[in-house]
Design a protein around this ligand. Structure first.
Ligand code: NDP
Length: 403
């Protein structure tokens, strides 16, 4: 029985809060705070009608540390779950330290003026969380999050060492719009327009954004083009699996998405440097995000499935030589919408945020300091994925990937 405080009221938060309310034995008292209180209220109303559970709501600017500390002291939660934006990670961690409460998020800190997805800012909090006897769990979404847990499950049950790792993120959903992003447009576009980076023989190899393309036949989705990208779990996987010779991240994009993004980039609409317009500074990407469809409005029209997984090659645990395994989850957009009112991209992130929180609240995962998912026992998390809407499947492949 625990009190929980969730920050942020977007699609991911909506799924996580619905799922917490469906598990009232663990999350008995749910509080939701965000910049716009009306969004918290509509999540609370949906949770009430679907589950009968109450959610208390508050307005907060999570970048105002003293206000956050006051709110935490008033609610006295066992855990603060940060489902706002990566910009708020450090102020929320500061508030947790000051108010003496543990922390969880789904995306690593990013400064507003630089599209850099790196853990070092948050890893630097390790000693302070340790000294305070608190735990911070970083990246408990799908990718990062489940992809790291999948990898560590393979390492625990199938492979003694992992030589090659490919993370394949496919969204085969169609939302019926010419151009839209499935999660926060500003964060999404910053991510896909950043140079690609993968880990090879102990160093990062950088290539231009969206320059390396492969075609892959995804189960229950079909053939899709996927592009080499940088993604934040590569940094923690390279750190915690020192034997990795190569680790890469691939994401699928349709031709229409690429066409629109190319034009928007070419005309400067994806820039994050301020531009002077009619006497005030505006950031082109923030303006673009404001005119694009809101991800939470795409749920009712999105059809199709996501298929996200990990292909790992290494020495088999049973001594039978080199083996390759593919472990993945397939999630249906319409099923996700029916259950929580949100499409599968929010669902596949919000469910692992609930599960990571459950791991911490039940003590199945514990520690003092700042931790990544790779440092925890994958088994109880994998059990909860199966039980709470994200079942996974593992198959042995004929050999390593050919691309
Ligand atoms: P949304 O943009 O839909 O929601 C973000 C929410 O945070 C909004 O409610 C917003 O408020 C709120 N917010 C923004 N700034 C502040 C602030 N200063 N104080 C308080 N609240 C604030 O994003 P998503 O739900 O799509 O994504 C949420 C998080 O999940 C992001 O960090 C994203 O990067 C991460 N993510 C992780 C994935 C993974 O697999 N690991 C995959 C997808 C997303 P307002 O309503 O006023 O705008």
């Amino acid at each position: 029985m625990s009190t929980i405080l969730v920050i942020g009221a977007g699609g991911v938060s909506s799924v996580a809060v619905h799922k917490m309310a469906m598990n009232a034995d663990i999350f008995s008292d749910i509080h939701l705070a965000s910049r716009t209180r009306s969004k918290c209220d509509s999540i609370a109303a949906s949770v009430k009608s679907r589950t009968g559970q109450d959610v208390a709501t508050y307005e907060i600017d999570a970048e105002e540390v003293p206000a956050m500390v006051n709110l935490i002291r008033k609610i006295k939660p066992s855990l603060v779950v940060n489902l706002a934006l990566p910009y708020q990670d450090l102020p929320i961690m500061d508030a947790c330290l000051e108010a003496g409460v543990s922390y969880l998020d789904t995306a690593n800190y990013e400064p507003k003026d630089e599209a850099k997805f790196e853990y070092h800012w948050q890893w630097a909090y390790h000693d302070r969380f340790k000294e305070a006897g608190l735990m911070a769990l970083l990246g408990s979404g799908f990718d990062p999050g489940v992809t790291s847990v999948f990898t560590m499950w393979l390492k625990k049950h199938k492979l003694k060492t992992i030589r090659q790792l490919d993370i394949l993120d496919c969204n085969g959903g169609d939302h019926g719009q010419a151009f839209a992003t499935n999660f926060n447009p500003e964060i999404n576009i910053r991510e896909v327009t950043a140079p690609a980076r993968h880990w090879e023989n102990g160093a990062w190899v950088e290539t231009p954004a969206m320059a390396v393309k492969q075609t892959f036949d995804f189960d229950q989705v079909g053939e899709k083009n996927m592009y080499l990208m940088y993604h934040e779990e590569l940094e923690s996987l390279a750190k915690f699996l020192p034997e990795l010779e190569r680790a890469r991240f691939w994401m699928t994009f349709g031709d229409e998405y690429i066409k629109h993004l190319t034009v928007l980039q070419a005309v400067g609409m994806t820039g994050i440097e301020p531009v002077r317009y009619q006497g005030r500074d505006i950031i082109p990407l923030q303006f673009l995000a404001a005119v694009l469809p809101k991800p939470e409005t795409l749920g009712s029209t999105t059809k199709g499935k996501t298929n996200i997984g990990v292909i790992a090659t290494g020495e088999a645990l049973d001594g039978s030589g080199e083996k390759t395994f593919y472990i993945n989850n397939i999630c249906d957009h319409e099923d996700a919408f029916e259950e929580t009112g949100n499409q599968a991209v929010s669902y596949t992130t919000g469910v692992p945020a609930m599960i990571g929180s459950a791991m911490m609240l039940t003590g199945k995962w514990s520690g003092e300091g700042v931790f990544n998912m790779e440092q925890m026992d994958p088994d109880p998390f994998m059990d909860m994925l199966n039980a709470h809407g994200l079942p996974w499947n593992v198959v042995e492949m004929d050999g390593p990937v050919s691309f």
